[in-house]
Ligand binder design. Structure first.
Ligand SMILES: [Zn+2]
Length: 203
């Protein structure tokens, strides 16, 4: 019974959090809207859950699903090489089994007109991969890429290595690493070394 209740509440967490992208001159570039906040969803399910559980769930949800502002900066240095952040560790929740999977996320982009702060790599990752959102690794990989595309980069690449407990500790019971990637722009071109350079970095 309790398991059913928990199952029914978690899919609701898939609603995306609100994010606002602003350029330096405060032009609003785009937004992701959620129809309901996580708090609203929890209130709806409240009668099925214990009081303390509601309180704790609210706390965890708020901790991970905060709205935030991404400010884009003009690439005044005219930096035209790869900006990569590798080894971003996050815990996520598989939507098929509601079991956790551990992810190492690696991101790179080659800027053109815009760059973003270094902390924003992890912010974007945590938007789609955190323990309160049930998802699949493939979708999260593309969602992260879609956010990077808003920088209008020359190219971008996302590689996620995931260790899924649903195949490691139940079912087939074979601990292993699942690798997904999203590739855009110059990273797709065969004669461009960007893709090889990035793959070398995350070996
Ligand atoms: Zn699974």
């Amino acid at each position: 019974m309790r398991r059913d209740n928990i199952y029914s509440i978690t899919p609701s967490f898939t609603r995306p959090t609100r994010v606002k992208w602003y350029s330096r001159d405060n032009r609003n570039l785009s937004r992701i809207h959620s129809n309901k906040t996580n708090m609203e969803i929890i209130k709806e399910k409240k009668k099925d859950l214990g009081k303390e559980t509601v309180r704790r769930l609210s706390g965890v949800s708020t901790e991970f699903n905060k709205s935030f502002t991404l400010r884009l900066f003009k690439n005044e240095e005219k930096y035209d090489q790869m900006i990569a952040q590798v080894g971003i560790e996050v815990m996520a929740l598989c939507e098929h089994h509601l079991l956790p999977f551990q992810c190492t996320v690696n991101i790179a982009y080659i800027p053109s007109g815009w760059i973003m702060g270094l902390s924003k790599f992890a912010r974007i990752v945590e938007l789609y991969l955190n323990p309160t959102i049930n998802t699949v690794q493939e979708r999260a990989t593309q969602q992260i890429m879609n956010q990077l595309k808003k920088l209008k980069p020359k190219g971008a690449m996302v590689v996620i290595k995931g260790t899924h407990s649903c195949i490691g500790y139940r079912g087939i019971r074979k601990p292993s690493v699942t690798i997904t990637s999203a590739v855009y722009g110059v990273f797709k071109e065969n004669n461009n070394g960007a893709r090889q350079e990035f793959l070398q970095l995350i070996k």
